[in-house]
Design a protein. Structure first.
Length: 318
């Protein structure tokens, strides 16, 4: 059976009706050919390519395949939309892709599954989603017999390298708990904790090489967990030095600094300096974040626009 037809007929009647509304969500257009192709393929009876080309009134087979590709992209977006929550983060998008990929493999539509597996891997790599990459590489290893173009040794190598990053990320989360416990202990003893010294001590205990903190994503991860403690204790003066040092290290790093990482750092800098009543520094970081948002993807804008507005409102009441 035609793979595209099989995807369409796997949708129940209610889902098919919902997809028709979905495909016209941005702009209603009468007689659109991708929707016509959908209606042709959802019929139980088989229809050959020549008849479909005639019904679509396309000049040749190339036009037909362009319409097929457009329809498949709409179907993939629809299935992703159905499989994720209202949270439009990149991470939820990768989760949605994985749901579609597993669905396609279950239907023996391996060609399409591998196509979207490649997209999921690139997104997860770009955003350092090591836990998701672990699942992606394991799935690639499992399904490698179905794709003769896949180099299994190469995938295993990527899996093993990612495993190191995943384990490091997990150890940093453990470090967060240890830092919090030690912070609380020092406070009860009347000691003012030094974030930097406390962090270095815990890193040493867990045998985490300080050099890994040259990676912008790891720097952000560590800044997040340390900031979480400071927010609870409202110890913003101790936090500010730590945050600014990490952000400057991030800017000097030879590793790629993504929009997502830089954006969160700028928000943390703006919020921390605002809480310390350093309003000019806060405004500067906020303006940088606003400029970053102008060229950022839509999900990034949604994530930070409300936070920016709240900081602006707070600043207006100073």
């Amino acid at each position: 059976m035609d793979g595209l037809k099989e995807i369409i007929t796997s949708l129940d009647e209610a889902q098919q009706k919902e997809f028709i509304y979905f495909i016209q969500r941005n702009k209603y257009k009468k007689g659109r050919k991708d929707l016509l192709l959908f209606n042709l393929l959802k019929q139980p009876k088989a229809i050959n390519q020549k008849d479909i080309i005639t019904d679509l009134k396309t000049p040749n087979a190339n036009g037909y395949h362009t319409i097929r590709k457009r329809l498949f992209n709409h179907l993939a977006d629809f299935m992703i939309m159905k499989s994720v929550s209202s949270d439009a983060s990149t991470k939820s998008h990768v989760n949605g892709l994985m749901a579609v990929i597993n669905y396609l493999f279950d239907k023996n539509l391996d060609y399409y599954a591998w196509k979207y597996l490649d997209v999921a891997e690139k997104l997860a790599l770009q955003h350092h989603y090591y836990d998701q990459l672990n699942s992606i590489f394991l799935l690639q290893i499992e399904k490698s017999p179905s794709n003769e173009l896949i180099k299994l040794d190469k995938i295993i190598e990527k899996y093993q390298e990612n495993k190191k990053h995943l384990e490091l990320s997990e150890r940093i989360k453990i470090a967060y708990s240890k830092i919090q416990n030690e912070y609380n202990f020092q406070k009860t003893k009347g000691i003012t904790p030094d974030f930097e010294q406390l962090t270095l001590s815990i890193l040493d205990q867990l045998k985490i090489n300080i050099n890994v903190l040259q990676n912008p994503y790891i720097l952000l991860e560590f800044t997040r967990i340390t900031r979480a403690i400071a927010l609870i204790k409202k110890d913003f003066l101790a936090l500010e030095k730590f945050v600014l040092k990490n952000y400057n290290l991030c800017l000097k790093s030879n590793k790629e600094l993504t929009t997502e990482v830089q954006g969160e750092f700028l928000y943390i800098v703006s919020h921390t300096t605002y809480r310390n009543k350093k309003f000019l520094d806060s405004i500067k970081a906020l303006e940088e974040l606003s400029n970053l948002i102008d060229t950022a993807p839509a999900n990034f804008k949604r994530k930070y626009q409300n936070k920016i507005n709240l900081l602006k409102i707070g600043r207006a009441h100073v």
